[in-house]
Structure formats: structure tokens, C-alpha cells
Design a protein around this ligand. Structure first.
Ligand SMILES: NC(=O)c1ccc[n+]([C@@H]2O[C@H](COP(=O)([O-])OP(=O)(O)OC[C@H]3O[C@@H](n4cnc5c(N)ncnc54)[C@H](O)[C@@H]3O)[C@@H](O)[C@H]2O)c1
Length: 351
């Protein structure tokens, strides 16, 4: 086993910089190269993280045989094509969410990864969070009995990542808040349930405030053009029923007139002998003196809290990552069904 993984980051926008920061302090990784099409951002990132090689064309990174792995932090429409090219160039891939903008492209990633015998992990960072890990451990040790329902929400009042950027154009993003925020919650809910086997999906998406220019949030580095049409959802709900009987209610918005108080995002988990809520992790149960609400903590977590460090260590040790590609494909299937259900007005059955 090699001692260090030689890594590159493709795309050094808002989240690409986070990946650079985390790889730069990873004891098992050597940060070798970056690719960023904006020459100014490329140079700034290379200087800030002292990356020896930097390019404005990502193919120059893929052409280098001494690079083992790439992190792809590009706009969503580039995830599948660049991931597939990277796999064909024999690189392992840490891929930003969502896996792809279309289900058929996600399937192609899975096929190519298998063929090239390379690891791909979708960077679902919520799974690595301290409180998710604590809750998952609690559930796995049957501490709240049978888990039968999860209520997951991410309710931004004014959180559209830059109206007029690629985020708000369907051809580049694949969707709005469901693809951006819902994907994290879906992945985390299935992971907590230990069950990705969905029977039906019923959803309703709305696009009410974004098209009027309401709800902007200054996130991201890419160019904006406010004249471009806003053609994605800024709010949506979904009811997901799993084959074994549990259910998930998903409620997501980038922008909406919500009440000002309360958690912006969280998951409430109902079990037959107790409940949990995230974030942070709290336990609710009947105690000797009435209903108890206890903040949970753990001295040691099963996984690193840093998804990049986890990915690097899995590749070096030849282990399956916490987020498997098969699981991410299931999440993509559900996202796809959410869009079909909303546009047809019907419940979608998954095979
Ligand atoms: N896990 C998370 O919490 C999280 C948070 C935000 C964004 N993301 C995901 O990360 C990805 C990037 O989002 P962002 O917020 O950093 O967007 P961004 O617009 O800030 O950055 C994208 C970068 O990619 C560069 N780029 C575009 N085309 C390129 C090409 N062909 N070659 C090289 N570089 C190119 C752009 O110039 C830009 O710097 C998205 O998929 C998004 O969904 C994840």
C-alpha cells in the first residue's frame, strides 16, 4: 500500500476551496495539482495552497499518470462527463453532489467505475457530521426501537445560491433546492434507516420567488447573468415510502416566507421506543420522571468527520467508502422520481 495518495482538485470555486483546505491538511494525501478554467481563480488557489501544478484545462490533470485521485467540484452538469473521463484515465474520484443531473449518466458512472476498478465516492458531507454519526450509532444499537418515520427539512428563507448563476438554470444544475439541499437529506435519511429500497415517491415542486428575483444568497464563484431564466424549483416537498414500511417526509426550500425562528435544517427520527432529532443529536424518550430530552455525545466516532480524509484512507486501504456508489445511484433514482412525480402529478413506483 502506498503511504500517500497523490491528489488533484478540479474546480476551485466555493466548495473546491474547501476541498483544497482539507486535502492540504490530510496526512495521507499529497496535493499535486489543480484545474480551474478561470485563470485568476486558478492562480489564486494554487498560490494559497502551494499547489505545484495548475491548469485551466482539467484534461491536463487527467493526462498525468502520477496523479492517483481527483476531487471534482464543478457545476453539476459536468459531474458525470468529467468523472467518466477521470475513471477512464484510471483516477479514483471524490465527486461533489449530486452524482449527476440525469439518472442515465449516474448509471454510466457506476458502470465505468466497475469496469476501471476505481473508487468513486459522492461527497455527501452530512453523513460524516459528528451528530449524524452519533444518531446512526444509536439507531444501529436499537436504542430507539424500530425506526418507522423520518421528517427531514432544510428551510432557507433567503438562500438561493446566486440568481443567474449555473445553480438556477436547469440545463446546468439539473434542478434547484431538491438537487442542492434535498439530496443531502435524502442520502442521510436512507443511511440512518440502513435502507435505500424505495417503493414509491410522491412530490410537488414550486418555483415562486426565484423567478421574481426574491431570495438571493451570495454563494459561489461562477459568473452570473440575471437575464438568464430561473427555471428550477425554489421549494418542494416529497413523501417517500420504503418497501419495508418506513417513510420519509422531505420539506425543502431555497427561498420562502417561513417563520423566522427554529432550526433551518434537521431530521426528526421516530422510533418505537424513542425519538431522535438532528442537528445536534438529541434523544427523546419516556423516563421515570416524564418525557426526557437528552443531548447526545460520543467519545469516539466510527468515521473521520472529514469526507476527503475518509476517501483518501479508503482508496489507500482498498476499502469501500462510507458512501457507496450503489447507494448514491439509489438517491439519484429518487431525485429523478421526485421530478417525474411533480411534473406528472402522479405517484411514481420504483422497480
Ligand atoms: N457538499 C456541499 O455542501 C456543497 C456545497 C456547495 C456546493 N456543492 C457542490 O459543489 C459543486 C461546485 O459548487 P460551487 O458552489 O463550488 O460552485 P462555484 O460556481 O463556486 O464553482 C464552480 C467552479 O468550477 C469552475 N469550472 C467550471 N467549468 C470548469 C471546467 N470545465 N474546468 C475547470 N473548472 C471549471 C468554475 O470556474 C468555478 O470556479 C456543485 O456540484 C455543488 O452542488 C457542494
Amino acid at each position: 500500500m502506498a503511504e500517500r495518495l497523490r491528489c488533484a482538485v478540479i474546480g476551485t470555486g466555493a466548495i473546491g476551496l474547501e476541498h483544497l483546505k482539507s486535502l492540504a491538511r490530510c496526512p495521507q494525501a499529497t496535493l499535486v495539482a489543480i484545474a480551474e478554467k478561470d485563470a485568476k481563480r486558478c492562480k489564486e488557489a494554487a498560490d494559497a495552497y502551494r499547489v505545484p501544478r495548475s491548469y485551466t484545462d482539467y484534461r491536463e490533470v487527467l493526462d498525468q499518470p502520477d496523479i492517483d485521485a481527483v476531487t471534482i467540484a464543478l457545476p453539476n452538469y459536468l459531474h458525470a462527463p468529467v468523472c467518466i473521463e477521470a475513471l477512464q484515465a484510471r483516477k479514483h474520484v471524490l465527486l461533489e453532489k449530486p452524482m449527476a443531473t440525469k439518472l442515465k449518466d449516474a448509471i454510466k458512472i457506476v458502470e465505468t467505475a466497475k469496469k476501471m476498478k476505481r473508487t468513486v465516492m459522492v461527497g455527501q458531507h452530512l453523513r460524516f457530521g459528528r451528530h449524524t454519526q452519533i444518531a446512526k450509532d444509536f439507531i444501529d444499537r436499537s436504542q430507539i426501537g424500530e425506526v418507522y418515520h423520518l421528517r427531514a427539512f432544510w428551510l432557507r428563507r433567503s438562500g438561493i445560491p446566486r440568481i443567474g448563476s449555473w445553480f438556477t438554470q436547469k440545463q446546468f444544475s439539473g434542478g434547484g433546492c431538491m438537487v442542492d439541499l434535498g439530496v443531502h437529506l435524502l442520502d442521510t435519511c436512507f443511511h440512518l434507516l440502513n435502507d435505500f429500497d424505495v417503493k414509491t415517491v410522491s412530490a410537488q415542486l414550486h418555483s415562486k420567488l426565484g423567478p421574481k428575483g426574491i431570495g438571493n444568497f451570495d454563494w459561489g464563484k461562477s459568473d452570473i447573468d440575471p437575464q438568464k431564466p430561473f427555471d428550477v424549483e425554489d421549494c418542494g416537498i416529497a413523501l417517500i415510502k420504503l418497501r419495508k414500511g418506513s417513510s420519509i417526509l422531505l420539506d425543502v426550500s431555497w427561498a420562502a416566507y417561513h417563520p423566522p425562528q427554529g432550526r433551518e435544517h434537521g431530521i426528526d427520527i421516530l422510533g418505537t421506543s424513542g425519538g431522535l432529532s438532528l442537528f445536534p443529536a438529541r434523544l427523546f424518550r419516556d423516563g421515570p420522571n416524564g418525557y426526557e430530552s437528552i443531548e447526545l455525545d460520543a467519545p469516539k466516532l466510527p468515521h473521520s468527520e472529514d469526507r476527503s480524509h475518509h476517501f483518501v484512507s479508503c482508496v489507500l486501504q482498498g476499502k469501500k467508502p462510507l458512501v457507496t456508489l450503489e447507494e448514491s445511484l439509489k438517491v439519484q433514482q429518487v431525485l429523478d422520481a421526485i421530478f417525474v412525480s411533480s411534473s406528472t402529478g402522479k405517484e411514481v413506483k420504483l422497480g
